[in-house]
Write a protein that binds this ligand. Sequence first.
Ligand SMILES: Cc1cc2nc3c(=O)[nH]c(=O)nc-3n(C[C@H](O)[C@H](O)[C@H](O)COP(=O)(O)O)c2cc1C
Length: 190
Amino acid sequence: MPKLLAFAGSIRRNSYNQAILDVAVEGAREAGAEVTVISLEDYAMPIFNEDEESAHGIPERAQAFKELLINHDGFLIASPEYNSSYPALLKNALDWASRKAGDEKVMQAYKGKVAGIMASSAGGLGGLRVLVVLRMLLENMGVIVAPNQKAIAKVSGLLDDNHAISDEKTIKQLKGLGRDTANLCEKVCQ
Ligand SMILES: Cc1cc2nc3c(=O)[nH]c(=O)nc-3n(C[C@H](O)[C@H](O)[C@H](O)COP(=O)(O)O)c2cc1C
């Protein structure tokens, strides 16, 4: 079964998107995938600047994040929606990981990988708009994004006291996304 890397585009304490990611991870594991969950907090990296890259190369933690992407078959990504798009935290990490170092192939972190994407928000659209642009971004970099995606609306009402998703219908949907991503990756990941 495939190896998936799971991360959220938020490092907020009690992040909604971390909460939905955790459920999708469970679904992927139940389908047999091996899933590594990371926080972008542990891969803090400067805002991309091509002059800095030319002078000093790719920063250590950006390279470490990229190597994680390279060493997994696919991804589970949960993103907040900021002004109808993805947060700078997520875009910056994905941009650094698109940069080639040494013997790596062009876009090695992305080409031929599969991603399952999800969003959540206290609002009524659940971050649906970020999924449109996140799908486009990932596909432009060579990732096959699973047709199934989930935008969880009014998420603040679906949590228990430990900030975990407790709503049964939502758990079923998110586990389904994790399972579908694992199964798609099993079929197409190189
Ligand atoms: C700069 C900014 C812009 C935001 N724009 C949106 C938006 O367009 N749509 C939305 O549903 N929520 C928006 N929000 C609210 C986020 O959904 C909210 O901060 C959410 O908690 C982020 O997810 P997290 O809990 O995983 O950090 C915005 C928040 C910030 C800080």
